[in-house]
Design a protein around this ligand. Structure first.
Ligand code: ADP
Ligand code: ADP
Ligand code: MG
Length: 668
């Protein structure tokens, strides 16, 4: 095969992917002076990767198979946009040999291996047969052609239980079952086959010895079209859930120097067996002593940044140089290992609801600044929508430090400073995970998360005084912000009131817990906050970007407090808290139900009357608007009825507790 035709210089690159990996590839391609073309589905018109590319082409409807998985459309988009090369990212078509071939046939450079190499390595069975020949250590198992029940059962018996039944075409942990005994084998095969057929259109199975206390170790390799092949050390990805990686680090804290050299040599041997070109990963499972080959991924991997951070390389740049037909820029002994890196995958999912994906609009997106030793690879921004069509990974947070402990600390700090609102995310779960003493001590195996699920997902304690103070600050801060008033008005400044001292009551609820009541007293002296019997001097000032300095009895504390409607999201030194503001103004709040008098819950000015005496009211019909602390608040009918009497006029300044209107309930 003439490789100079497959790998040659190009100026325009199409990225056949979405989300963070598309953004990641665009970043390097642009830095190398390439023109970038994004592709997108109808659901992704406003997506970040579309905004970041120089050009973007619509592929088709939202469903992946009509867009990102549609080979013809992707190749056609390259032609239409003048792209000469395609980077497939990971997932989607990245390991699809038919796609690699279609690119080659259309005269496009495919940034990756050739279709032949993918075919050789794409099936777990096929690659294991190849590795066996090359003398790479394998997990004992059966990876033959015959798929009849008797053959598989005999193989499992011979291997010895527990065994792992795996889809040969598998990926992403699907089509995989751990089987403890002979009796469980047949039903496990049936269900794994069903899953594999649906996911990969191929239900062939292989059987492996289930390695006890398994750890996942993998080696990054990259080859060029001149026969050079390098390994860039290993990663450990033992923290998994359902065979899917959650946290990844490099180097492995488990391997000795001798083991590291052995596993890297085995990986190079594996890749050389197919004269591999491009970036790839050789995956192994380890029992803590020996490592056994399980599969090769013929693409860039989600966790490639940890390797970049410990080797000081840019793997996407190397991929593109290899695709240009260049030689790899370094030799094996020029690749050195420096420090430790760890990555966490941020997903829109709810760990408390069995990791159910969460979709919706991202209302807040705040990640810490990328400083030395901290990298954030994101695919979403504030205002973006997480749709139900694709993988729910939002971003990766990656930390580097000279030591593993340092890297963990930095990662945890960065997770603590990450606020994403509007969708539920796994960020608190990730924090709990990386700070777990067993994770710090590397006393883990791939079952660690499953065994510790309860303690890892139950992360929110009861709110204390600081959190209640933070909640009050969030509400007052929001009221000041949304105020339409002249910014020079003294009303703007919290704590200053024209007359006397006022009291305002707040009530909060965490989940279905009891109501937590806080009284704020303010006027022309310093404000105080009372929680039950306790009283504190209280002050706060906005510190930008959702942050506040809250002072309770002279102790100043930095907090993050975001309010969305009645939902309060707080982050203090004690962790994260979600509270609901039981707002006396709010429509449909339990507080108002049954109350037939419309009362001023706070001192304010009547600014509008919205219903007339005698009017028929539905529950929630607006009656009048009060301006309180420069924020308009509409008082509504607590139930269906008739507006019997209005007891105020526009412009009235009313005191707390004053009756403003009377509603007569509709006859039952
Ligand atoms: P690794 O790359 O570490 O082996 P995975 O197998 O989980 O880890 O990574 C590939 C998988 O990531 C894909 O099969 C897909 O389900 C998921 N994925 C996450 N983000 C994306 C994305 N933007 N595009 C496509 N697939 C994605
Ligand atoms: P996928 O294509 O879904 O990534 P893999 O073969 O890489 O499938 O397996 C996924 C994960 O399952 C691995 O990362 C490893 O943790 C675990 N695993 C795979 N094979 C074995 C085995 N034989 N024994 C124990 N665990 C295994
Ligand atoms: Mg794998």
């Amino acid at each position: 095969m003439d490789r100079s035709r497959l790998y040659r210089r190009f100026r325009t690159l199409l990225i056949a992917n979405r989300g963070e990996i598309a953004c990641r590839v665009i970043r390097t391609a642009r830095a190398m002076g390439l023109r970038t073309v994004a592709v997108f589905s109808e659901a992704d018109r406003g997506a970040m990767h579309v905004a970041e590319a120089d050009e973007a082409v619509l592929l088709g409807p939202a469903r992946a198979r009509d867009s990102y998985l549609n080979i013809e459309r992707v190749v056609e988009s390259a032609r239409r946009s003048g792209a000469e090369a395609i980077h497939p990212g990971y997932g989607f078509l990245s390991e699809n040999a038919e796609f690699a071939q279609a690119c080659a046939d259309a005269g496009l450079v495919f940034v990756g291996p050739t279709a032949d190499m993918m075919v050789a390595m794409g099936s777990k069975s096929g690659s294991k047969a190849l590795m066996e020949k090359a003398g790479v250590p394998l997990v004992p198992g059966y990876h033959g052609e015959a798929q009849d029940e008797a053959t598989l059962a005999k193989a499992a018996d011979r291997i010895g239980f527990p065994v792992l039944v795996k889809a040969s075409a598998g990926g992403g942990g699907r089509g995989m079952r751990v089987v403890g005994s002979g009796a469980e084998l047949a039903p496990a095969i049936v269900s794994a086959k069903r899953e594999a057929k649906a996911a990969f259109g191929d239900d062939r199975m292989l059987i492996e010895k289930y390695v006890q206390n398994p750890r996942h170790i993998e080696v990054q390799v990259i080859g060029d079209s001149h026969g050079n092949l390098l390994s860039l050390f290993e990663r450990e990805c033992t923290l998994q859930r359902r065979h899917q990686k959650v946290i990844e680090e490099a180097p492995s804290p488990t391997l000795s120097l001798r083991q590291r050299e052995a596993v890297c040599a085995a990986a190079r041997k594996a890749a050389l067996a197919v004269n591999y070109v491009g970036a790839g990963t050789i995956e192994f499972v380890s029992d803590g002593n020996d490592v056994f080959f399980i599969e090769m991924n013929t693409r860039l991997q989600v966790e490639h940044p940890v390797t970049e951070l410990i080797t000081g390389t840019d793997l996407v740049e190397w991929q593109l140089r290899v695709a240009f037909g260049e030689k790899l820029p370094l030799t094996q002994d020029q690749i050195t290992l420096n420090g430790h890196a760890i990555e966490a995958r941020v997903y829109a999912e709810n760990p408390q609801k069995n990791f159910m994906p969460s979709v919706g609009r991202i209302k807040t997106w705040r990640t810490p600044e990328a400083v030395d030793g901290l990298r954030i690879d994101a695919g979403y921004r504030e205002g973006d929508t997480v749709s139900p069509y694709y993988d729910a990974m939002l971003a990766k947070v990656i930390a580097w430090a000279p030591t593993r402990q340092g890297a963990i600390d930095r990662l945890n700090r960065a997770l603590e400073e990450t606020d994403i609102r509007g969708v539920v995310t796994n960020v608190p779960f990730l924090s709990a995970l990386v700070t777990h003493p067993d994770v710090r001590a590397n006393a883990i195996d791939t079952g660690f998360i499953e065994r510790n699920l309860n303690s890892l997902t139950d992360v929110s304690g009861a709110p204390g005084d600081l959190e209640l103070g933070a909640a009050v600050a969030a509400i007052l801060g929001e009221e000041q912000k949304t105020s339409q008033a002249d910014v020079h008005s003294p009303w703007q400044t919290f704590g200053w009131m024209p007359v006397g001292c006022r009291q305002r009551l707040f009530s909060f609820r965490q989940g279905s817990g009891a109501e937590l009541k806080v009284a704020l007293r303010y006027g022309n002296g310093p404000a105080t906050l009372s929680v039950g019997e306790r009283q504190f001097g209280f002050a706060f000032s906005p510190a930008g970007d959702g942050g506040f300095e809250v002072t309770l009895d002279g102790t100043k504390s930095r907090i993050v407090a975001v309010i969305e409607g009645h939902e309060l999201y707080l982050r203090t030194r004690n962790g994260r808290f979600d509270l609901r503001w039981v707002d006396p103004f709010g429509a449909g709040d339990e507080e108002q139900a049954g109350e037939d008098r419309i009362v001023a819950p706070l001192p304010g000015t009547v600014v509008a009357l919205l219903a007339e005496e005698g009017a028929t009211l539905e529950k929630g019909t607006p009656i009048l608007t009060l301006e309180v602390m420069k924020m308009e608040q509409t008082l509504r009918a607590p139930f269906a009825g008739v507006l019997k009497k209005i007891k105020c006029r526009v412009g009235d300044i009313v005191q707390e507790g004053v009756e403003l209107a009377e509603v007569e309930p509709a006859a039952a």
